[in-house]
Ligand binder design. Structure first.
Ligand code: GDP
Ligand code: MG
Length: 187
């Protein structure tokens, strides 16, 4: 019998949060379909998309575990601060996405607000990863340094990673690190 590639051991809900325009929808489409779109107002508008990934069990490195990551994206409600409780319900992980080419003050003010929102609406054990997206624009209009985001994330004891949905760098790693952390803390 051929192994069933659709089989998985666990399903984890993960939510994308962050300001409009930071690249949430493109991180999702890069991760689940390997697609990037330059379109400013791409109305991909999916509620969530999934991908099954293999991870290692910290306590048994010979064991391969297959996790179905069910990643939720906003359909633009973040613009109106109208994200509902249903969005956070059951979420085990959250990716807080920042845009390294955005205004520093606004970015960190809003990032703090996003973490308060998580605190109010999500499970207290939720695994959070702070993402600095658009790393491909490093030599262009970058306005926030890695050190500054690192410092912000550390203050909340969250890890930090830089990604580019455009060239794909670190995108799989970002999602995988959250999934692995959820698994290794919860099971
Ligand atoms: P969302 O509003 O957070 O969902 O952001 P989108 O995914 O819709 O992206 C907003 C804009 O930023 C679009 O024009 C994307 O093409 C662009 N974008 C997203 N990710 C990246 C990235 O990693 N690098 C660059 N250069 N542009 C990006
Ligand atoms: Mg979007």
């Amino acid at each position: 019998a051929s192994p069933d590639k659709h089989k998985y051991d666990h399903l984890f809900k993960i939510v994308l949060i962050g300001d409009s325009g930071v690249g949430k929808s493109n991180l999702l489409s890069r991760f689940t379909r390997n697609i990037f779109t330059h379109d400013e107002k791409s109305t991909i508008g999916v509620e969530f998309a999934t991908r099954i990934i293999g991870i290692t069990d910290e306590r048994d490195e010979s064991a391969s575990v297959r996790i179905k990551a069910q990643v939720w994206d906003t359909a633009g409600q973040e613009r109106y601060r109208a994200i509902t409780n249903a969005y956070y319900r059951g979420a085990l992980g959250a990716l807080l996405v920042l845009d390294i080419t955005s205004n520093k003050q606004t970015t960190f003010d809003n990032a703090a607000r996003w973490l308060r929102e998580l605190n109010d609406h999500a499970d207290s054990e939720i695994v959070v990863l702070v993402i600095g997206n658009k790393s491909d624009l490093e030599s262009g209009p970058r306005l926030i340094t890695a050190e500054e985001i690192q410092e912000f994330a550390s203050a909340y004891k969250h890890p930090y990673i830089e990604t580019s949905a455009l060239d794909g760098s670190n995108v799989d790693e970002a999602f995988k690190s959250v999934v692995e952390k959820i698994y290794n803390h919860a099971f």
